[in-house]
Design a protein around this ligand. Structure first.
Ligand code: GCU
Length: 406
């Protein structure tokens, strides 16, 4: 098996910690009953639905139902934002027929004078829309009792780079959808869906709920004529990178996905573990964040080898839509090698669709050297964060892999 042969692989100048395997990851191209998946049609008809079901029931929990519709209530629009280079739109998303604790507030920047609909990166943020930028016009919702400082996380966004490249950027605060807390299933939007107030083992966790919220963000973007409906890219960093991948897997309307430093439960292979407790394992993630996943996942603590899936198959669920995985050299906790091997292994599925992916025996790429077609990967120097290098690579990859539809 290709993957298992890779343990300890270290031809890269990137500093890689030694790792070991907890069993062999499943072959994405063999179905549960042993059938070889050798065509795009067999992938779409047999293996993809099977994997989607397994990830739903075992890892993230079944996706929340799609509401009857949404209302996007525009609160503010400025066609001369950011010194005249952008259009800024802010509005509230209200889901029809659902008792939402509060609306989901969307902030969107679009490049001005684009001459047509533009591609948009949509992602969640950790600290409020106003934390992603120093723009003083960004609204702080009244339901945010203790707002963090404006611009507190602005260093993770390169809005100028995106606007100059002709891309828009849209964001929603995670807490608007569901606060990142173990008891949120009782208080957040999820409660409206859980039968009898009891949590079943395959009910959605927080990641699944956030992913569903991203789909509602997409619903709102699709009401805006300046947004290209065929080029909304879902992206996320860290726990929000786990979320962006699951959002793309569950909602085929997302044209592409980006995972930045998403690690365990995201792009990194669960069975690939860095020695001496340096990377996150199922035990560690579930102990600290029990609410992120389906309760069923805890059955696999210390028995990763028994999991019916591994994370290369999550990446493959996005196929044939473009997906990009980014790692950071010092972010050993997220296991960069495990992320690379997942992207390389998922390439098999992309090849069914005629996309080259990352070649089968490719070594870890050097720092700052993106690889892959259809499915791409890079590792950069530095810590767990989002840098301008990452944004530039996301844009280059999307320019090459997500051209406008004719
Ligand atoms: C913790 C957690 C990771 C997660 C990260 C983040 O480090 O263990 O799984 O990705 O937080 O979201 O920043």
């Amino acid at each position: 098996m290709l993957l298992a042969g890779c343990a300890g692989l270290s031809q890269s100048p990137a500093h890689l910690e030694p790792a070991f395997w907890k069993g062999e990851p499943p072959d994405a191209l063999v179905s549960r009953n042993g059938r070889k998946i050798d065509s795009a049609a067999a992938w779409m008809e047999i293996r993809r639905p099977e994997l989607l079901h397994l990830f739903s029931t075992t890892v993230y929990g079944k996706p929340l139902p799609v509401p009857e519709g949404i209302e996007f209530r525009v609160l503010e629009r400025d066609d001369n934002a950011l010194g005249g280079k952008a259009i800024r739109i802010q509005g509230d998303i209200l889901c029809k027929g659902i008792d939402q604790p509060n609306p989901f507030r969307l902030l969107l920047y679009l490049p001005k004078n684009a001459g047509g609909p533009v591609p948009v990166f949509l992602g969640l943020n950790f600290q409020g829309n106003h934390s992603t930028t120093f723009d003083p016009a960004v609204l702080i919702p009244e339901w945010n009792p203790k707002p963090r400082p404006r611009g507190n996380r602005a260093d993770r966004y390169d809005l100028d780079l995106l606007l100059d490249a002709g891309y828009g950027l849209a964001t929603i605060h995670t807490a608007d959808i569901e606060p990142d807390r173990p008891d949120s299933w009782k208080t957040g939007v999820r409660r409206a869906y859980l039968a009898d107030g009891v949590q079943k083992k395959d009910d959605p966790g927080t990641i699944s709920t956030w992913a569903w919220g991203l789909s509602r963000g997409l619903d709102a973007l699709l009401t805006i004529p300046e947004v290209d409906p065929d080029r909304v890219i879902v992206w996320g960093h860290s726990r929000l990178g786990k979320t962006s991948l699951w959002a793309a897997a569950t909602d085929p309307r997302f044209a592409a996905a980006v995972s930045n430093d998403s690690g365990c439960g995201g792009a990194s292979l669960t069975r690939h573990i860095v020695r001496d407790g340096k990377s996150e394992t199922l035990r560690k993630i579930i102990e600290v964040f029990p609410h992120w996943f389906a309760l069923n996942l805890s059955d696999y603590i210390d028995r990763e080898e028994a999991l019916p899936v591994d994370q290369h198959e999550l990446l493959a669920l996005v196929a044939p839509r473009p997906v990009y995985v980014a790692s950071a050299e010092s972010d050993v906790w997220a296991d960069p090698e495990g992320e690379f091997l997942a992207a390389r292994e998922a390439s098999k599925v992309y090849r069914l669709f005629g996309r080259a992916g990352i070649p089968e025996e490719a070594p870890m790429p050097k720092l700052h050297e993106p690889v892959g077609e259809g499915i791409g990967y890079h590792i950069r120097a530095g810590e767990h964060s989002v840098h301008s290098f990452d944004w530039a690579a996301f844009v280059d990859f999307m320019n090459a892999n997500l051209p406008p539809k004719k």
